[in-house]
Design a protein around this ligand. Sequence first.
Ligand SMILES: Nc1ncnc2c1ncn2[C@@H]1O[C@H](COP(=O)(O)OP(=O)(O)O)[C@@H](O)[C@H]1O
Ligand SMILES: N[C@@H](CC(=O)OP(=O)(O)O)C(=O)O
Length: 451
Amino acid sequence: MIVAKFGGTSVADAAAINRVVDVIVNKQASGPVVVVSALGGATNVLLDLAHKAAAGELLAALQMVEQLRDRHLREVHALLGSAPEADELALEISASFDELAHLAEAFRTLGYLTPRSLDTVAALGELLSSQIVAAAFRHRGYPAVWIDARDVMKTNDFFTRAEPDVDAIALASQEHLLPLLQQGKIPVLGGFVGSAPGRVTTTLGRGGSDYSASLIGAAIDATAIEIWTDVDGMLTADPRVIPGAQLIERISFDEAAELAAFGAKVLHPATIAPAVQRGIPVFVFNSRKPDGKGTMIAFDAPRLPVRAIAGKRSTTLVKLRSSRMLLAPGFLRRVFEVFETHRTSVDVVTTSEVSVSVTLDDATNLGAILQDLAAFGDVAVERRSGIVAIVGAGIADGSRAIADALIALGPIPVYMASLSATGINFTLVIDDEQVVPAMQRLHAAFFEHAS
Ligand SMILES: Nc1ncnc2c1ncn2[C@@H]1O[C@H](COP(=O)(O)OP(=O)(O)O)[C@@H](O)[C@H]1O
Ligand SMILES: N[C@@H](CC(=O)OP(=O)(O)O)C(=O)O
């Protein structure tokens, strides 16, 4: 059994969805489970329209509902033509958009959105795309069965970033997926979407379809988890920043997890953990080039000082300075409790005898965090920070990589530097607007040598 996940660009329209069918039918013998994202860009439109409605712009929101309805119906007709299933599916899809229009009206009346209502709206993208993809398979004569992801992806009720209930997912997969696979059927379900007790719709957070795929892969003990996307695999940097980024044919789980956590959007940061637990290799392939080599992510990979560069912008740097930190056991624990209390995870950490600095990805609860930290000492915040990460299992093996990285940055000021305990990630906090130039300089230094 394998799990193959297709991202938004890989199911953006009828032509892309037909490529998905082509990829999967060649793998029928491996027992594929197909996980799909929403049609490319649909999640953004859904969330935008909800926000517009709540802000009182109902007309604009309803126009967005109609555009999205037209887009989905257009692709259904392009895929299924005048087959009987086309009309049935079109009716179902239209009914969902009628409901969405009613929801938009309710948001306008209320004037606010809750995380729970946002999840209900966002989930529609995957719930519809997966039904369309399943129908496309059947139209071409393959035995696909649509599965409502809410029957399988069991989560808690932390809306907009729900956490999976791994045991419940394993049980639900046995009930809903395994029998179909045993009958030679192809289960198709939406990624990103789940349900909390009471079958209330949740989502795993933006980009979460990769995570759905690896959770399902672990639940059914798949032999491979395949992430099909719009690039040739994991590359030495984001190709949108570094057009000459090179394909990584093999990379370790640890390295891939670090890259994902520090900005390599090709993988959701949580994707690796379920795969590691079960020792399932993860592959990244380009759905436009199904014969490409792709990337294999597994336990071992040739040990290199630098495998790839990642970067992320718009992080927040919080610096705490306190003389009470001197020789005070438990001080750091109390400081980190503040972040835990406000459900905010910390990215990069450095400490000295009298100070501790951390970066935060999510500054939603910053106000409350700062208030609590003020009890410990002087707090300073730098909101326009960025991070570059130089990742390689051998970075601390006595190579010159760390020195070379600092030299390559030249005049770019560095505010924090941290070498991970595993010695595979050297992270630098810099100004937000320096992230792109820093990535270019680092990539040039490590990957663009004249031969
Ligand atoms: N190191 C990297 N290797 C490959 N792609 C990367 C990397 N870092 C960032 N990306 C970006 O990730 C994108 C794919 O992720 P995403 O847009 O979420 O795709 P999908 O819709 O298929 O899930 C690529 O188009 C690329 O710009
Ligand atoms: N559609 C969701 C989930 C997702 O993973 O999408 P994609 O695979 O296109 O990144 C989002 O946009 O967040």
